[in-house]
Design a protein around this ligand. Structure first.
Ligand SMILES: [Zn+2]
Length: 175
């Protein structure tokens, strides 16, 4: 007997909640991927969520520990441990062109990033990059006043530090 499971990444969200038209904080490419390749339920809710690759796991050999993946359990039969999804960074870069794969037995390699969609709905791509190290395309991220920049997506403020650097140019001339 086959038991199909319906994975739930978020119980009420619909793809248009993360449309870039709603906020510059939302990734146009993630929205495209969710529309083209994601599973949304008729009465609301999406199957996909974000997972982190566990250290010393099978997927860690392929992607490195800590890599973020988006997808859901494949769920074709009871006890199925396959994962269906893509690398989150590939989705952010390539949108709907990022292919979705079935990774055999990969659910053992993954842990759910708790509350991913709830924080994405609040602060958009800052939920993916809380350190503010990435340079995302699409959507103005900062407003700068003097030495302080304010993240327009999550409100975090950063102080600019300028470190002086001395450069010597060496040349040789006849005596
Ligand atoms: Zn931010």
């Amino acid at each position: 007997m086959t038991t199909l499971i319906n994975p739930v990444g978020h119980p009420t969200m619909v793809p248009k909640d993360i449309a870039p038209a709603n906020s510059a904080a939302f990734s146009p490419n993630l929205y495209r991927w969710m529309k083209a390749r994601g599973h949304a339920y008729k009465d609301g809710g999406v199957a996909e969520t974000v997972y982190r690759v566990l250290p010393n796991s099978r997927l860690a050999k392929e992607f490195g520990a800590g890599t973020l993946m988006i997808g859901c359990p494949y769920g074709q039969y009871e006890g199925d441990t396959d994962f269906s999804g893509s690398m989150l960074m590939a989705v952010l870069c390539n949108g709907s062109k990022a292919t979705r794969y079935c990774y055999v037995g990969a659910m053992h390699s993954l842990e759910v990033v708790d509350g991913f969609w709830d924080s994405y709905l609040k602060v958009g791509r800052c939920a993916i990059d809380p350190e503010h190290n990435e340079h995302f395309h699409g959507g103005e991220r900062y407003s700068v006043t003097g030495d302080v920049r304010t993240c327009l997506w999550c409100g975090e403020q950063h102080q600019k530090t300028i470190m002086p650097r001395t450069i010597f140019d060496e040349s040789w001339s006849t005596i």
